[in-house]
Write a protein that binds this ligand. Structure first.
Ligand SMILES: *Cc1c(COP(=O)(O)O)cnc(C)c1O
Length: 408
């Protein structure tokens, strides 16, 4: 008899987005003439930019020739892309990484979920709350999170981020083995200053804590003082692994490409106290379980670093940030409490009148035919908020704001 991994059964089966999709579909069936605008799920809408698609076309044509055909590539990714990353994403910020510290993947979701394989099942974890659900759920699946009660997992330290603390998580008063940070943040759209981020690096250095830092939205940062990478903080390369993605930066949600940075200095201990390089361990893991992102995707990613690619990516980010501004302005004018949207494509809206986030989501759907995401789906501290994304088309975003004006 094959025994199932029962940790999977602990997961609440209403994966947030599936649950929302069901409610929205039910509404559409009962209101066939309603034109529903989704500011809910975090997917982009702008097409790939020409620099990227031209590069992909060239890669496809190469593959059709005997000389240019590529089969399995290196598991850690092609050197041309890893070198472009080192040169463009890090060197200009004074961060010196070696190409062997970069691991190309098929998007950041897989690696943010998989990285926990490198550490023992009984490490303690801490997450800012609310948060991207992948971090906790991937820990639940191997039994590290414990059991759930009142929306909280027993072995997870929650670091609340709410309007009360200006969305700045407080350093825990005890040691935690692993901390997940995501900045700019999904879902709150807020950021951490260098000073605040330094506190986490110092905590990690002092407590021998490992930080998993998700920088999927770094390209949206507008304020020149906000760090784009945790390695801008001194000492971080000893304690932090960082995740990047081309999904939100360059519209790769369907193309699939991202990368993980595992510096040579990052280690974790054996029970006997020996320090093990996580770079070596991750390399071994990838060689065993991953066969690389496609050549075409990696050529696509490389094209985002050409002068034309950079300019086109900037334009598309400016487009979304324009939406974010429209949304912020409208909602603020309506007297609502609005957070985020200045260095991230997410608006975190305080639900008025103390209503629950699920109830407000339904009211917005029924009264304005606009879809948002209830904050509680991102963790207990998300209750009382909803998330709106700036990833819509400009017309849809403007129309959604007109409707909210009318409704509220
Ligand atoms: C969208 C997103 C990612 C990226 O996912 P991909 O797998 O690269 O498409 C990673 N982290 C967060 C917080 C995200 O919102």
């Amino acid at each position: 008899m094959a025994l199932v991994n029962e940790h999977f059964l602990k997961l609440p089966n209403n994966y947030l987005f599936a649950d929302i999709a069901k409610k929205v579909n039910a509404f559409k069936v009962s209101h066939p003439n309603a034109d529903v605008i989704s500011l809910g799920i975090g997917d982009v809408t702008q097409p790939l930019c020409p620099a990227v698609t031209e590069s992909m076309h060239r890669a496809v044509d190469e593959m059709a020739t005997e000389k240019g055909f590529r089969g399995y590539g290196p598991e850690q990714g092609y050197l041309f892309l890893r070198e472009a990353i080192v040169k463009n994403d890090f060197l200009p910020r004074g961060i010196h990484l070696d190409a062997s510290e970069i691991f190309i993947n098929d998007g950041a979701k897989s690696d943010t979920g998989n990285i926990q394989e490198l550490v023992r099942w009984d490490n303690s974890i801490g997450v800012t709350d609310p948060i991207y659900p992948v971090y906790i759920d991937s820990n639940v699946m191997i039994g590290r999170a414990g059991t759930i009660k009142d929306g909280k997992w027993s072995n997870v330290t929650y670091l609340p981020c709410t309007a009360e603390n200006d969305f700045i998580p407080e350093i825990p008063d005890r040691r935690v083995d692993i901390i997940y940070l995501c900045y700019p943040n999904n879902p709150t759209g807020t950021v951490l200053s260098k000073e605040e981020l330094s506190k986490w690096v110092n905590y990690a250095l002092k407590n021998d804590t490992l930080i998993f830092y998700d920088a999927a939205y770094e390209a949206y940062i507008q304020d020149p003082d906000i760090p784009h990478s945790i390695y801008e903080i001194k000492g971080a390369r000893k304690v932090a692994i960082e995740f990047h993605s081309y999904s939100k930066t360059a519209g790769f949600t369907g193309v699939r490409c991202g990368y993980t940075v595992v510096p040579k200095e990052v280690t974790a201990a054996t029970l006997g106290g020996e320090r093990i390089s996580l770079n070596q361990l991750w390399h071994r893991r990838q060689c065993t379980k991953f066969n690389g992102a496609s050549y075409i995707s990696q050529r696509a990613a490389e094209a985002t670093y050409t002068p034309a690619g950079k300019e086109q990516v900037r334009e598309s980010i400016a487009y979304y940030m324009d939406n974010a501004r429209t949304m912020r302005d409208t909602l603020t004018e309506l007297g609502l409490e609005v957070y985020g949207g200045q260095n991230a494509p997410y608006i975190w809206l305080k639900v008025p009148n103390g209503e629950s986030s699920r109830r407000f989501f339904e009211q917005m759907l029924y009264n304005a035919h606009v879809v948002c995401t209830p904050g509680v789906g991102f963790g207990p501290s998300g209750e009382g908020y909803v998330r709106l994304t700036a990833f819509g088309k400009r017309e849809d975003c403007a129309e959604a704001m007109r409707r909210l004006r009318k409704w509220l």
